[in-house]
Design a protein around this ligand. Structure first.
Ligand code: NAD
Length: 487
């Protein structure tokens, strides 16, 4: 018998939680398969209401000086710190990642909020006397009502890629969380209210693709940010820009880790295995493909040792659903049938006491060839395939041939060879002896190629350009004017 662990997920509109209509969807924990809540499948009229609330809040919020706007985020950051354990437990239950990973996720939300708190220092604007008595000035002005659409893999952090910066910059927002993990967003809304965010500045409309389509078409929304798979990122980018909105759509990934024979064995093996298995491989920055250049068997031996220390249900979380587990295991079986060698096999795992959960163990597959599906498509599970190449040129060509371009990394002790990868890899985020090269604030996060559509990155300084428009003012005053009440 299932138990509902969390209250019903609700929409959050104009500062109030509200249930809508009849259409509900069940929310299950992937750890156990248990029913943990229900979520509304909202309609276009719910979105209209949320946009109206955001429009109503916009004049006052956008006119509030930035130094005052960020005070909300200073208080909000403190609340997150005080409640980190509770927030992390929720992330773990709804997403399936381990408590340690969930805690790290909330810590990242805190860091992202900290960055938003420094907005007054970052958007000071520019002023110059361009000719005698004539001044030009530039200011960052908000856009209006903006939307943020999130994926399942980081229920707390990905909303914080967008909401603190967009709102601190004076916009008001409608967020659509992933229907697979909608509970954390309700907690975020409650905490923002407690921190003093005025009603209507942040709103949530829950739902599935119907709400995403309505967001892209809505005339009241000025900009749309999206994080999810490449297929949907393309749909969203085309739909949002066809209604002349600004759009930034982050897509999927197939990250290549190039391992050279001179790489530090222990560090490389532990980094590669942690990158491919952390968050059960459900990270857009996860290692998906190792490119072994020349004789790297000694490193692969060590990777096997490391992978065997990772046990589902202990230090490895679940994947998001039964469909995900079946898809991941299908890729492994297809690769094996096509001639690859499964060195560590994560198929058919069950965890005692959590038989209804969706677990895949760490998996290392050697002698994968570029034509196999596992080499070309995003698997999004704790699986790494190894392709062997004779030299670095061939390895870089392989990386360059991927349609994606989120991250790439090189493991070597040679600065010169590392530099070749830094220069020639076709990816937005590069790691040297780092398996998950996520830039820390204030550096921006964003990929290239089919991993991102639109200009700007989603975090850091680059995101300021996405969430604002520049106002350029030129002034000239008559310095000889006689009517000067100040003197
Ligand atoms: P997804 O694309 O299935 O869903 C993302 C969002 O789009 C959800 O809110 C969902 O409701 C909505 N959606 C789904 N299908 C839709 C459709 N046909 N039309 C309109 N909207 C639709 O992604 P996911 O499975 O939730 O997340 C995993 C994916 O996200 C992976 O591909 C991963 O690489 C990617 N991701 C990328 C980044 C990045 O920074 N590039 C970060 C996190 C996740």
């Amino acid at each position: 018998m299932s138990t509902v662990k969390y209250p019903e997920v609700q929409n959050y509109i104009g500062g109030a939680f509200e249930s809508n209509g009849q259409n509900k969807m069940d929310v299950h924990s992937p750890i156990s398969g248990e029913l943990i809540s229900t979520m509304p499948l909202s309609s276009g009229s719910d979105l209209d209401k949320a946009v109206q609330a955001a429009e109503a809040a916009y004049p006052s919020w956008s006119e509030t000086p930035v130094k005052e706007r960020v005070q909300v985020f200073f208080r909000y950051k403190k609340l997150m710190e005080e409640h980190i354990q509770e927030l992390a437990e929720l992330v773990s239950v709804e997403n399936g990642k381990t408590l340690g990973e969930a805690t790290a996720e909330v810590e990242k939300s805190i860091e992202l909020t900290e960055f938003a708190c420094s907005m007054p220092q970052l958007i000071g604007g520019e002023l110059m006397e361009v000719s005698k008595g004539v001044e030009c000035r530039i200011e960052h002005k908000p856009l209006g009502v903006v939307a943020s659409i999130a994926p399942f893999n980081f229920p707390h952090m990905v909303p914080h890629w967008t909401l603190p910066n967009a709102i601190a910059l004076g916009n008001t927002m409608v967020m659509k969380p992933s229907e697979k993990v909608p509970i954390s967003a309700n907690r975020i809304a409650a905490m923002l209210k407690e921190a003093g965010l005025p009603d209507g500045v942040f709103n949530i409309v829950n739902g599935d693709k119907e709400i995403v389509e309505a967001i892209c078409a809505h005339p009241g929304i000025k900009a749309v940010s999206f994080v999810g798979s490449t297929k949907v990122a393309q749909i969203v980018y085309k739909a949002a820009t066809s209604t002349l909105k600004r759009c930034l759509a982050l897509g999927g990934a197939k990250n290549h880790l190039i391992v050279l024979p001179d790489a530090h064995v222990d560090m490389t093996a532990s980094n590669v295995v942690a990158s491919m298995s952390g968050c059960a491989g459900q990270r857009c920055m996860a290692a998906a493909q190792m490119v072994g250049v020349g004789p790297v068997d000694h490193i692969i031996e060590k990777m096997i040792e490391e992978a065997k220390k990772i046990i589902p249900g202990e230090n490895l979380g679940s994947v998001i659903s039964k469909e995900a587990k079946d898809r991941i295991e299908g890729y492994i079986t297809d690769a094996e049938n096509a001639g690859a060698t499964v060195l560590v096999d994560g198929r058919n795992w069950t965890v005692d006491g959590q038989e209804g959960g969706y677990y895949v163990g760490p998996t290392i597959i050697d002698h994968v060839t570029p034509d196999m599906a596992i080499a070309k498509e995003e698997v999004f599970g704790p699986v790494i395939s190894i392709i062997r190449t004779k030299d670095l040129d061939e390895a870089i060509e392989l990386e360059n041939s991927s349609p994606y371009g989120n991250a790439a990394a090189v493991f070597t002790q040679s600065g010169g060879l590392a530099r070749q990868v830094m220069e020639r890899a076709s990816a937005g985020m590069i790691g040297v002896n780092i398996g998950v090269p996520v830039p820390r604030e204030p550096f921006s996060f964003g990929g290239w190629n089919d991993s991102k559509f639109g200009v700007c990155d989603i975090t850091g300084k680059s995101s300021i350009e996405f969430w604002t428009q520049l106002k350029k003012t030129t002034t000239k005053w008559n310095a000889d004017a006689k009517t000067n009440w100040m003197s």
